[in-house]
Design a protein around this ligand. Structure first.
Ligand SMILES: *[C@@H]1O[C@H](CO)[C@@H](O)[C@H](O)[C@H]1NC(C)=O
Ligand SMILES: *[C@@H]1O[C@H](CO)[C@@H](O)[C@H](O)[C@H]1NC(C)=O
Length: 442
């Protein structure tokens, strides 16, 4: 990971902090690794990997640290999980969901923190040719915090294996389930999907094209290794692979967003990084690594989030991206004991409103040249879930508008200098569960 500037996070009292904009990085790079770590119990699957699984798993963890990949998605991380984590030193790692038959085998190890981690089980599985229903396979979701106001939604997945008709049907259903999840919870967001798709472009019925067709995502293997054209002739890989042109089922897909440009700069099998001392493989899959550069949007950016991941996802960025130089003219909040809704009307008449209809309305009409410069949010617990209780907007002329009831757990989100709040993203139901702000130059 490399950033062009450092984050500013100033401690200002025990439970309040400010997220500054002055020094926020506006570009950087990171890399990812996708690796099926062959951690099924020995009696189920020897995986054609020589050597002792415990020793091999310890070596995999050592190499994760040695190469320092920024976000690693592993699959089949079942019964030897503890040995990988014993030697790996990544700062942020998911807790295992267990070995066979309890866990999904999916874990993430990262140099970045994240929010909103969730494990989701497949709706469909098939035991037609392999034991896919033996253990609750599925996908995971997390929102990686790459930098201040820079997030990427990361999906890890391990689809149904095998090539019987029922396997292929289950696998297409699995991929469709992830594509639909992206449409529901990642609208307007940069997204990475990577893991063991068990899919080949050359196998009819695998449904792997759903991510480009439905979610506007790109496979950097196709983009960088095959000049943007999906190969039509099957080309299987050796392990370790000596070429990048052959196709593996372990795949990476990505897209940027209106607030974040994402570009894949490098794609490669990382097979030679994961060998035993005598040259034997550590897993029966060729691991895949991809490098990305990111740049904060030049016309739209976002703040950090406050509150909890409950309610339905919304994001005004896609609508704002269709406008030239959007400006807010009126702010409208609703709140009482907690924050019920947030809204604003743009100078072109477009109105964004999110949340419920309870609470008292408060409104502020901005003067010409006045813009919404920063917002304080306070969160608290309601029915054992975190949500926003309070908002206070401060304009470029120092006027304020607030709603709800302040708590002792607050954060202030300031637009970059000369930028203002023009929209929202987050999750809401009857009230404002989770909230972040979309900024544009004013
Ligand atoms: C890929 O990214 C890593 C981590 O940022 C970096 O060390 C490495 O040099 C990059 N490789 C290429 C080929 O850009
Ligand atoms: C490498 O070592 C492992 C573990 O001792 C062994 O099973 C494997 O056969 C060896 N590979 C070679 C190429 O000698």
């Amino acid at each position: 990971m490399k950033s062009q500037a450092t984050n500013l996070a100033v401690s200002a009292g025990a439970l309040t902090f400010s997220v500054g904009s002055v020094l926020a990085a506006t570009s950087g790079e990171f890399n990812v690794l996708s690796m099926n770590v062959a951690g099924l119990p020995e009696f189920l699957n020897g995986n054609e990997v020589p050597g002792d699984k415990t020793t091999n798993s310890e070596l995999i963890g050592t190499k994760f640290s040695q190469y320092g990949y920024d976000i690693i998605n592993v699959q089949e991380d079942f019964n030897y999980h503890a040995y990988i984590y014993e030697t790996d030193t990544h700062a942020y790692r998911t807790a295992t969901s267990g070995g066979v038959p309890f866990g999904s085998g999916l874990n993430t190890l990262a140099n970045f923190d994240w929010i909103d981690f969730e494990r989701v089980k497949w709706n469909t599985c098939s035991d037609a040719s392999e034991n896919d229903c033996l253990t609750p396979k599925g996908y995971t979701f997390l929102r990686a915090a790459i930098d201040d106001g820079v997030y990427v939604d990361v999906y890890n997945l391990h689809t149904d294996a095998g090539t019987e008709d029922d396997d292929i049907t289950a696998r297409a259903s699995n991929l469709q389930q992830v594509a639909d999840a992206i449409d529901a919870r990642s609208v307007g967001n940069a997204v990475l999907v990577y893991g063991d798709t068990n899919s080949r472009y050359t196998r009819t019925g695998d449904g792997i094209r759903v991510f480009s067709a439905q979610n506007a995502m790109t496979d950097p293997w196709v983009e960088l290794i095959h000049d943007g054209t999906i190969p039509t002739v099957e080309s299987l890989c050796e392990n370790p692979s000596t070429t990048n042109t052959c196709e593996t089922v372990d795949k990476v897909f990505y897209r940027g967003s209106p607030v974040l440009d994402l570009t894949a700069t490098y794609w490669s099998y990382a097979s030679t990084n994961f060998l035993q001392a005598n040259g034997s493989i550590l897993t029966d899959h060729n691991p895949v690594t991809v490098n990305f550069t990111w740049a904060a949007g030049s016309s739209l950016r976002q703040s950090g989030f406050w509150g909890g991941p409950h309610g339905t996802w919304f994001n005004d960025a896609p609508t704002l991206a269709t406008k030239t130089a959007p400006k807010a003219s009126t702010l409208t909040f609703r709140g009482a004991n907690r924050l019920d809704s947030v809204g604003l009307t743009l100078s072109d008449g477009t109105t964004f409103t999110h949340g419920g209809t309870g609470g008292d309305v408060s409104t502020l009409t901005l003067g010409s040249g006045e813009y919404w410069a920063s917002a304080q949010l306070c969160q608290g617990q309601k029915d054992s879930q975190t949500r926003n209780f309070y908002i206070k907007a401060t304009t470029s002329t120092g006027r304020t508008l607030s709603a709800g009831t302040a708590t002792s757990d607050c954060a202030t989100f300031a637009a970059p200098s000369g930028w203002g709040v023009v929209g929202f993203l987050g999750q809401a139901g009857d009230e404002m569960d989770q909230l972040a702000f979309v900024f544009a130059p004013q």
